[in-house]
Ligand binder design. Structure first.
Ligand SMILES: *Cc1c(COP(=O)(O)O)cnc(C)c1O
Length: 295
């Protein structure tokens, strides 16, 4: 747990904002991804599958974590990567290769079929015996793994009631909704532009045992800064100022936008500067290497 100081960032204080530093847990696979992937490693062992296969772009935090965990746990991994010639040497992919991930490049067109059963089956057979993980680990099994984050919150921040978390697929959010009761308020900050079906997606990701969860939650859609992985001037200025003042590194895709949301909501008085907030730092710092302005 990391309490931020009251020194203002662009005029707004982060007093009473705490960070749950998942970015500092998990060794080579820091952040939320290890929670989502855990189940699949058990499943591979249980089924006697030699390989885990998944999908992602050339900077995917998900594939990065999969490769790292596979290397450490002795399970082979296969990354189906959306081909972008300029990015084939991304720092993410060179880590993944070093950790032994077998990389298969596919065209943007082919990549669109990633959620289709017939397309997935081809890879499952080609790399048999194998288990396929949906892109981003988006699954009920992944959400069940993220219920462990709720346990950490109860243990390390027993007084926290207002939780803020970045949202991509909504799997981590679903784990929190499932794992926390009606005394909590959970705000998810969407990293995507106009993904108004996220509420439905989170509901579909709730583990069966949690269908009746009574936690209060919602998704906020106004902090995407132009779209997924896009950066605008405000986000850039905010992140540079925040990092200088608070000494905590952020990533531009998820955690930077989450903290910008807190900044904006406090700036316009929707959230009071004195009200306690627990923000989940979900990691993603490997992706900073793709943004030269972050040095
Ligand atoms: C993947 C990721 C998220 C989004 O998690 P979902 O479970 O897909 O919503 C948030 N933060 C970081 C740093 C991530 O890498």
């Amino acid at each position: 747990m990391h309490e931020l100081s009251d020194t203002p960032v662009l005029g707004v204080s982060f007093d009473h904002v705490s960070l749950l530093r998942l970015d500092q847990t998990g060794g080579l696979a820091p952040g939320n991804k290890a929670f989502k992937l855990r189940h699949y490693f058990f499943e591979a062992k249980r089924l006697g599958a030699a390989r885990l296969i998944s999908f992602g772009g050339p900077w995917s935090n998900h594939l990065h974590a999969l490769a790292a965990m596979g290397c450490q746990l002795g399970v082979e991994t296969v990354g189906i990567v959306r081909g972008e010639l300029r990015e084939e040497n991304s720092a993410m992919l060179s880590d993944a290769r070093r950790w032994g991930m077998h990389i298969v490049y596919v065209s943007r067109e082919d990549y669109r079929q990633r959620n289709e059963a017939a397309y997935q089956q081809k890879f499952i057979e080609r790399f048999a015996p194998s288990v396929l993980i949906p892109e981003g680990g988006a699954s009920r099994a992944g959400a069940r793994g993220c219920m462990a984050v709720a346990d950490i919150i109860r243990r390390k921040a027993p007084l926290a009631r207002h939780i803020v978390v970045p949202v991509g697929t909504g799997t981590t959010m679903a784990g929190l909704v499932a794992g926390l009761d009606e005394s909590f308020e959970i705000d998810g900050i969407s990293a995507l532009k106009g993904a108004h079906d996220l509420t439905q997606r989170v509901k579909a990701l709730l583990p069966r045992s949690a269908r009746n969860s009574r936690a209060h939650w919602r998704i906020l859609h106004d902090y995407h800064c132009g779209g997924f992985a896009r950066v605008n001037v405000l986000l850039r200025e905010f992140m540079l100022a925040f990092e200088t003042i608070h000494g905590v590194e952020l990533d531009p895709v998820y955690t930077g936008k989450m903290l910008l949301a807190i900044h904006q909501l406090r700036a316009c008085g929707v959230w009071h500067e004195g009200a306690s907030v627990l923000a989940i730092h979900t990691g993603g710092l490997q992706g900073r290497r793709g943004y030269s302005w972050l040095g």
